[in-house]
Design a protein around this ligand. Structure first.
Ligand code: HEC
Ligand code: HEC
Length: 388
């Protein structure tokens, strides 16, 4: 009996000590993690990028790498310099549905400022309510894109602007007819005269004015910009960790880098859905080079939480699904899959820069929290009064 009691006491005391020990360890781990986050917070908000921890990058990513940070200032091309009058004319045209065959669809129908300059749909509705086959991209910060569209088929905003006007599934109007319609509107004469010095309406002037307006759509300073400038308390612990993961373990900066959060290259994320009815050959459709099958332009991540659904085909929503996709290194569909296009057998090979990252649910939450800091508040822009 006495023996039994002592054993019982020994057991209770051991359990007590063990529990204490586990708790101490847990406290220690927690406080070490907190120290680590505090240290990261200090470095990242120091205002000096040289103090930031080294990024984790693939050798193949170095040629097109610039550290993330603020957006640079916009450069206007020398043959289409900025003027406020030209931007005002461009804004008016951007909202004018008379550029479309039905007189019902404006650029702003699919690029709506209250919806992050997109339409927040998987695919847009265009002429006769036809459905397109790609997701409408934001035009915010588009001044920093080196080529345009998911497949880069336009080299400049001036060249790009007539494409949606003529696209049969979008505005479906011949550019010359659209130009004639604008030329017949008396109220436009004054705006063209102020912007270009004479009132003659041409398609080149329409393109230049719209491009000038688009180059003014720049994000104001985001929470990220303010944090790295020294407002250290602006970020939650999750946001600090998310920023660090983005630059290190998650290796997002292999492709999403610079102040624009895109290296402006074409990369294969394994999203071309080769061989299925949703197949999209991406850059190949423009270059016809077999190695370009399934490559898309790396999109900016600024304003990302406002521009869903995501990817060229709007296949992903919510944003967590995009992060889970990257965490798994996109194992499906298989690395190589073939299709026959115009009699040629083509294969798509996913970039080596995508790997199995094995992010924990907490890390995914942290990355998502960080991405949220790249967005700014929606703007309530007053639509222009359309000239009559
Ligand atoms: C019916 C919907 C619709 C209309 C109308 C429309 N767009 Fe778009 N826009 C899209 C879609 C979809 C894409 C992506 C298409 C692709 O990559 O093939 C896009 C892409 C763009 C891009 C490329 C952005 C980038 O980062 O590469 C610009 C710029 C743009 N549109 C400007 C305009 C302008 C200017 C007009 C009016 C003249 C216009 N859009 C009218 C749906 C539309
Ligand atoms: C190999 C280059 C590469 C890497 C690495 C990469 N991305 Fe991407 N990212 C792309 C490309 C290309 C697309 C467009 C793919 C498409 O449309 O099918 C994209 C699309 C996205 C989108 C959707 C954007 C939109 O406007 O629809 C998000 C969000 C995103 N990436 C976040 C990340 C994050 C977070 C990481 C790190 C975990 C990451 N990316 C790593 C190349 C990359």
């Amino acid at each position: 009996m006495k023996n039994g009691l002592s054993w019982f006491l020994v057991l209770v005391i051991s359990l007590f000590l063990l529990n204490n020990c586990i708790q101490n360890k847990a406290y220690k781990a927690l406080s070490e993690e907190q120290d680590f986050i505090n240290k990261l917070r200090m470095l990242y908000s120091s205002g000096d990028q040289k103090q930031w921890p080294k990024p984790v990058l693939d050798a193949g990513a170095l040629d097109n790498f610039t550290e993330i940070g603020h957006l640079p200032s916009v450069e206007f091309p020398s043959d289409n310099p900025y003027s406020i009058e030209k931007a005002t004319l461009g804004k008016t045209l951007f909202y004018d549905p008379r550029l479309s065959k039905s007189n019902q669809i404006a650029c702003a129908s699919c690029h709506d400022p209250e919806l992050g300059w997109t339409d927040n749909r998987t695919f847009s509705f265009g002429h006769d309510r036809q459905v397109g086959s790609r997701n409408a991209m934001t035009i915010m910060n588009v001044a920093f894109a080196k080529s345009l569209f998911w497949d880069g088929r336009a080299a400049s905003l001036e060249q790009q602007s007539k494409m949606p006007i003529e696209d049969v599934k979008e505005m479906s109007e011949h550019i010359d007819i659209a130009t004639e319609k604008i030329a017949k509107i008396k109220g436009y004469e004054f705006l063209f005269e102020k912007a270009f010095g004479d009132k003659k309406v041409t398609k080149e002037k329409i393109a230049k004015a719209i491009a000038t307006f688009e180059r003014t759509l720049i994000s104001p300073a985001s929470k990220f910009d303010k944090f790295i400038d020294g407002q250290s308390s602006l970020y939650s612990d999750d946001e600090v960790m998310g920023l660090h993961l983005f630059r290190t373990k998650a290796q997002c900066m292999n492709c999403h880098n610079s102040g624009y959060f895109s290296n402006n290259q074409f990369e294969n994320d394994g999203t071309s859905l080769l061989g299925s009815k949703h197949e999209d050959l991406g850059l190949y459709l423009i270059t016809k080079k077999p190695e370009d099958v399934g490559k898309f332009r790396v999109p900016t991540l600024r304003e990302i939480t406002r521009t869903g659904p995501w990817m060229h085909n709007g296949a992903f929503t919510p944003l967590t699904d995009v992060l889970t996709f990257y965490s798994n290194g996109n194992p499906e569909p298989p690395k190589k899959k073939s299709t026959v296009h115009e009699g040629i057998t083509l294969e798509s090979e996913k970039s080596d820069k995508l790997k199995f990252l094995d992010l924990s649910p907490i890390e995914i939450r942290q990355l998502e929290a960080f991405l949220g800091t790249l967005s700014t508040r929606p703007q309530r822009l007053t639509p222009p009064v359309l000239p009559q």
